[in-house]
Design a protein around this ligand. Structure first.
Ligand code: SF4
Length: 375
């Protein structure tokens, strides 16, 4: 049914009351809720993008302890922010958060903008995020639409087309705004999110316990899991990366990723993408030759790690290598480049690495620990 027809058919007041009554009893108690300071709400909303609540709960408070205010976040070096974000993935979010904090300090006297049109211009803030922050922190009557609420609305209205398509997307935003109560807008939006997360789940929704099942077209049809309509998936592509841990006694060679791209400014062991027809050892040699002219010996392959980036399925092959000798002059040249460093293994913890590269750090630490064991 078109969302506009659903609106006509139901008593909004009763729908709002049913949902809010359920929320008063069953809503989640999350540390960023009931907070009138937009900063913690903003941090939580950025962390929650593409990330489960359970994971965000582990990162949220430590991040705020480290950067307790927008000003503290703005003052911190980017490397520190990336380090605090380590393990959450999607590092662009952290860079945007940091950049936006600096914009707020420089252009808005350190205060998160209270006008949604201005908030939306900050780096990393789209319509949903800006609305959510100002709705939750300032109880502004602003609609929200994210994965959970899209699922709830497409089921309530039995909307047949793909919600990513502009027409339905616009209708859903309109609906999300029209149903908002005059008071308790923040709790109403949180109730919808909680309903999507706890009851109207992607698979096997608990319809019998749903507080709004009498308003639900998909429930009437008996096929809630058919909604939302599935978007066409981009087929997965397999790629292989090769990284090399080059050791010189207790030190290893690392480099900083370029300032743009997925892992911008994170650190890593020298890495290349394996080219078609290239064997792994040749790729490993190429990875090292791209960062140092020092003579080295490849010691062999250590481990392969699988991970995903968007629609890419990546296999990261890890090699070990050691310096054949230590030509002091060349090493000094290398150390003069701030984006390449020889680092003590113990000091690797202080640098931000991507999750797959962090696994290589653990591998190296385990290898060193076993070398230190008495024979
Ligand atoms: Fe979702 Fe079922 Fe409730 Fe409909 S009745 S909103 S499908 S949980």
């Amino acid at each position: 049914m078109p969302p506009a027809d659903w609106l006509q058919r139901h008593s909004l007041r009763r729908f709002q009351n049913a949902l809010l009554r359920w929320y008063d009893r069953q809503g989640r108690d999350l540390p960023w809720r009931n907070c009138s300071d937009p900063y913690p709400v903003w941090v939580s909303e950025i962390m929650l993008q593409q990330t489960q609540v359970a994971t965000v709960l582990r990162y949220f408070q430590p991040f705020l302890t480290k950067f307790p205010t927008i000003a503290a976040l703005a003052e911190a070096p980017e490397e520190e922010v990336l380090h605090a974000w380590q393990g959450l993935g999607y590092y662009r979010r952290a860079r945007n958060l940091h950049h936006a904090a600096r914009v707020i300090v420089n252009e808005h006297q350190g205060k998160f903008p209270s006008q949604v049109e201005i908030a939306r211009q900050l780096p990393g803030l789209g319509r949903y995020t800006a609305n959510a922050i100002l709705c939750f922190a300032a109880n502004q009557r602003l609609p929200i639409l994210e994965a959970n609420t899209v699922r709830v609305w497409t089921r309530l209205t039995a909307a047949a087309s793909d919600p990513a398509k502009a027409l339905l997307n616009g209708q859903l935003w309109h609906l999300a705004e029209a149903v908002l109560p005059e008071r308790r807008a923040a709790e109403f939006n949180q109730a919808l999110m909680d309903l999507g997360s706890m009851v109207c789940t992607a698979s096997r929704p608990a319809c019998e316990g749903c507080p709004v099942k009498s308003y639900c077209c998909a429930y009437d049809e008996g096929n809630p899991e058919s909604y939302p309509a599935k978007a066409k998936r981009t087929p997965s592509v397999d790629v292989e990366h090769v990284a090399v841990i080059l050791r010189d006694q207790t030190r290893v060679l690392v480099r900083q990723c370029p300032p743009d791209g997925r892992w911008a400014n994170l650190w890593e062991f020298p890495r290349v993408e394996r080219q078609e027809g290239e064997n792994l050892s040749s790729a490993a040699t190429r990875a090292l030759a791209s960062v140092t002219s020092a003579p080295f010996t490849l010691l062999g392959q250590r481990q392969s790690i699988q991970h995903g980036i968007m629609h890419y399925r990546v296999t990261l092959h890890c090699f070990a290598a050691c310096l054949s000798r230590t030509p002091r002059k060349k090493k000094e040249n290398l150390m003069a480049d701030p984006r390449r460093r020889w680092v003590e293994v113990d000091a690797l913890e202080s640098l931000p690495f991507s999750s797959p590269q962090r696994k290589l750090v653990r591998l190296l630490q385990a290898e060193l620990a076993s070398e230190e064991q008495p024979a």
